[in-house]
Design a protein. Sequence first.
Length: 305
Amino acid sequence: MDIKLTEKCFKGMAGAYAAMFTPFTKDNKVNEAAIEAIIEHGIKGGLAGFYLTGSTGEWNTLTVEERKLVYARAVKSARGRVKLIAHVGANCTDDSVELARYAAGVGIDWLSSIAPMMYRTNFEGAYYHYKTISSATDLPFMIYSLTAALVPERDVKFFNLKNVKGMKYTGRDYYAAQCLKRRLDKETIWFAGCDEQLLCGLALGNVFSGGIGTTYNIIPRHFSTICRLAAAGKFREAAKWQDEANQVVELMIESDNWTYRKAMMKFVGIDAGICRKPFEPITPAQERAFLKRFAALAMELKLKG
């Protein structure tokens, strides 16, 4: 990899980020103690930071006040040791602005947002949404492109907006990502969002500076190692770590009930609770059977809980 970024906001940003689970207590409240535990686990695993209240963090089931609580507790727990990116995307842009200003006030490092999900889901709507949010504070802003097709000659306009300095790209068209980045006339930082293809993105060399993903919560050492080895040009060695990580990914995405994903955190000693509705709870027997399979895989791969 050969990406040299000089702006102050990029310092210390490269590497692996967990798209952090929002943990809940048994009575369905944000579990602040578990936030601290997840962050400590990630730091020990070499993560560069955390992406807060994104898709993995169940942003669309959280109230504005709950999201603020996650930001504040993450800042308190991280204590400046890693970078924090607050996803402030919301169905109402005004909510996003309120969240952005709050995040800036409590010490978050970067802001990010998904494009509109319900209304004005065209380019013009996304442009207005991003313009409104990114100009609300002085923090650097990262576009979150989730499964949407990149159109380089069109999407380059996003980067003319105030404070837009990066992208989290959760897609698989790395050629389009490379074409888009090539069109930019300013420094930006990009993160690959498909856990199972992190090394593929990093292999481009001049596009992605790291990755942001769900599985990073569970096995952070794998993803931080992939980023470190890729930065050193050791792709064959990194491929071994990606292959192991992908076996965990395969098990994790077997069900579309994300509560199973949170259950995997119990392997590392962290109870993140269950996912909110519309995800249904799983029975204790289902959880035990699933974690037994994960434990067997972990033993095979010599993962440490």
